[in-house]
Design a protein around this ligand. Structure first.
Ligand SMILES: C[S@@+](CC[C@H](N)C(=O)[O-])C[C@H]1O[C@@H](n2cnc3c(N)ncnc32)[C@H](O)[C@@H]1O
Length: 297
């Protein structure tokens, strides 16, 4: 029998899927292709800017219509497109909450006659003025060099996320990236488990429905199910869809969220927010991380 939180993976176009959807979504992670000329088998990533942003806005309109009151979207994009991201959210009726700076734990992209680029933006917005769920997570990062003592009860997560490593090609990426037979990364835009963990824990409750309309490698459904959330991933490329299904079936140790539990342990009512992953982690679980810093993949 299928578990209640077994992810649903849909092969196809997300806008078509959204128009036909009959269920209400509580939280969405929106990570579309950025229109920067990258290679996608089923997407032209070099369109006229106006056409691209019209399509994004239309997607946000349909998404809001299928989102529960107060439900949330986390919309990731390049920092240089912040202006277009905010405009698309405003035009589609979403209420802006935060502009999260994801300062990646990777080298900056060098600039010529300007500063090197070190972050990506994630716009957090709600369907209505007030969010229906927002958990104020506490984390336990190592103390900054100018602090004498470690904090006893951790610190609240702010709008600067500088403790989540981007999936780069180097050894830092660890075992988390999906790979091809010759060892290359299967999908260059695979999001880190730690990023989805934070988004899902912040803005959903166990039992909620989490959507990823541009599922890619299926990071969102892979994380959501472990936290007792229902999830739907929509992906247009059949090769990616097959890989997502395989990833979910495999329940890889590198995808297991259990190792992050200690990092968030000072969050109020954390057991109820966490939603059971510790029990479900099973034999694939890596040893729980006992220290006070974001564990590596
Ligand atoms: C930036 S990647 C998402 C990566 C994802 N966050 C992950 O963790 O793997 C965007 C994905 O959207 C897919 N895509 C492009 N157009 C789409 C559409 N109209 N409907 C659904 N998926 C689409 C692409 O094939 C690509 O895998």
């Amino acid at each position: 029998m299928k578990s209640e939180t077994a992810p649903e993976i849909v092969a196809g176009d997300c806008l078509r899927w959204l128009r036909a959807a009959t269920r209400q979504v509580d939280l969405t992670f929106l990570d579309p292709p950025f229109n920067q000329g990258r290679f996608y088998r089923r997407f032209n990533d070099k369109q006229e800017a106006d056409a691209y942003w019209e399509w994004i806005t239309e997607t946000l309109v349909e998404l809001r219509a299928k989102t529960s009151p107060g439900g949330a979207v986390y919309f990731m994009h390049r920092e240089k497109n912040a202006e277009f991201v905010l405009r698309a959210l405003r035009r589609s009726g979403w209420s802006f909450q935060n502009m999260i700076v994801w300062k990646k734990m990777a080298s900056a992209v060098p600039g010529g006659a300007r500063f090197g680029k070190h972050y990506q933006i994630i716009a957090f917005a709600a369907n209505g003025a007030k969010t229906r769920v927002f958990h104020k997570l506490r984390i336990s990062p190592p103390p900054p060099p100018h602090h004498k003592h470690a904090r006893q009860n951790g610190v609240y997560v702010t709008d600067v996320w500088d403790d989540i490593r981007e999936m780069t090609s180097g050894y830092f990426a660890g075992r988390e990236p999906l790979r091809t037979a010759d060892g290359a990364r299967f999908h260059k835009q695979q999001s880190p488990v730690a990023l989805l963990l934070r988004i899902i824990l912040s803005s959903s409750k166990p039992g909620d429905l989490v959507l990823d309309p541009f599922a890619g490698t299926g990071t969102t459904p892979a994380v959501a199910g472990q936290l007792g959330r229902r999830s739907i991933g929509v992906e247009i490329d059949p090769e990616n869809v097959a890989r997502i299904e395989e990833r979910i079936r495999a329940a890889r140790a590198a995808d297991c969220v259990e190792k992050f539990y200690e990092y968030y342990r000072h969050t109020e009512n954390f057991e109820s927010i966490w939603g059971g992953a510790r029990k479900n982690a099973g034999q694939n679980a890596e040893r729980r991380h006992a220290g006070a810093e974001m564990p590596a993949a």
